[in-house]
Design a binder for this molecule. Structure first.
Ligand code: TK8
Length: 338
């Protein structure tokens, strides 16, 4: 009796396996090779999430679609990869919204400082109406925006002194991401802002071409900035996300089933990446302390003063981005804050 039961379970299991594989075969999926580029090194949140994405693509396509990942900007900086995707020379990438603002100016809203207070708020806005609409604006420019990954709240590091007050930024040559708003914000705070692609940053810090930079603690750790930057100030001044994108030229050659695989894999990678990023933030702080970085957190009053100080720049770019868009963003954040 038991034996017979076991046998029938086996038969059912075998049948299910057959129909499932049968379904996968019935799908219109051809062998494909996808090149996926990113800027951080293999041993970073981006690296882990890229590998996860590659596994998902392979799994969901029944092994037909293969993704090869290229870290450390080996396919180029964010900006160069954006161009390669538009031209159809590269299939996929992940990069920051800041350089994307050169193509779709609206992405500049994420460079406005002191907007989000928590990751939860960021998730709600990015995955909600506003974030989705912005992704849609990439298509006419030749990019298919799929999902947002977390980069995280950005903090300042430098080789000169702890930033206790806004005035301490005076005279610090600070690398910023490549757009007008980032440049304007940090110059207004008193720094001497220098826009530069991330791929050139470590060397620039090492050779003292610049004194400082700003990035989330996960990146400060994985890119080993602590080796050349003794001071870390936890300002959490901005939350700029990463966007996973595909070349529109390439995307249009995919069958609907193949596009579905990529969309689903991207959604799965987003959930994996955000979880990993949040766990890694805590771990990274531990490493940075152990590595001897001098870490300080400015008081709430000092952060309020910084906020006040950048207000003219925020006002200026609110006009440029469109007051309605910025209002919508602030409303969505408020809603998420509850
Ligand atoms: C990596 C960059 C990086 C970003 C920056 O290519 O440029 O500082 O934070 O993550 O996108």
């Amino acid at each position: 009796m038991f034996k017979q039961f076991k046998a029938s379970v086996l038969v059912v299991a075998a049948f299910t396996a057959c129909t499932l594989t049968g379904a996968a075969w019935a799908q219109d999926i051809k062998p494909r090779l996808i090149r996926f580029g990113y800027g951080l090194n293999d041993d970073s949140v981006q690296g882990r999430a890229a590998r996860h994405l590659a596994q998902e693509v392979e799994k969901l396509s029944g092994g037909k679609m293969k993704m090869k990942t290229f870290g450390s900007a080996s396919l180029g900086s964010d900006e160069q990869m954006q161009g390669a995707l538009v031209g159809g020379a590269q299939e996929m990438m992940v990069g920051s919204t800041a350089p994307l603002a050169g193509m779709v100016k609206d992405f500049g809203i994420f460079d406005l400082p002191f907007l989000f207070e928590s990751e939860k708020e960021a998730d709600a806005v990015l995955d909600g109406q506003l974030g989705t609409r912005l992704l849609g604006k990439l298509e006419p420019k030749g990019l298919v925006g799929l999902v947002y990954w977390e980069n995280g709240f950005r903090n300042m590091t430098n080789s000169k002194k702890p930033i206790v007050r806004a005035e301490d930024m005076q005279g610090i040559k600070l690398r910023v991401m490549q757009n007008q708003i980032a440049l304007g914000v940090f110059n207004q705070l008193g720094a001497n802002a220098v826009p530069m692609p991330f791929s050139e940053l470590f060397t620039a810090l090492e050779t003292r071409t610049v004194d400082g930079q700003e990035n989330p603690v996960t990146t400060i750790q994985s890119s080993k900035f602590y080796e050349v930057q003794p001071y870390l100030t936890l300002t959490r001044h901005v939350y700029t996300p990463w966007v996973v994108m595909a070349s529109k030229k390439w995307w249009d050659t995919l069958t609907p089933d193949e596009q579905k695989v990529i969309r689903q894999a991207a959604a799965n990678s987003r959930d994996f990446e955000r979880k990993d990023s949040r766990a890694d933030s805590t771990k990274a702080m531990g490493v940075l302390e152990k590595e001897g970085m001098k870490i300080n957190t400015p008081s709430a009053e000092e952060i309020a003063r910084m906020r006040e100080k950048v207000k003219p720049v925020v006002d200026k770019y609110t006009q440029e981005l469109g007051p309605d868009l910025v209002r919508e963003l602030n409303d969505e954040i408020k809603k998420a804050r509850g």
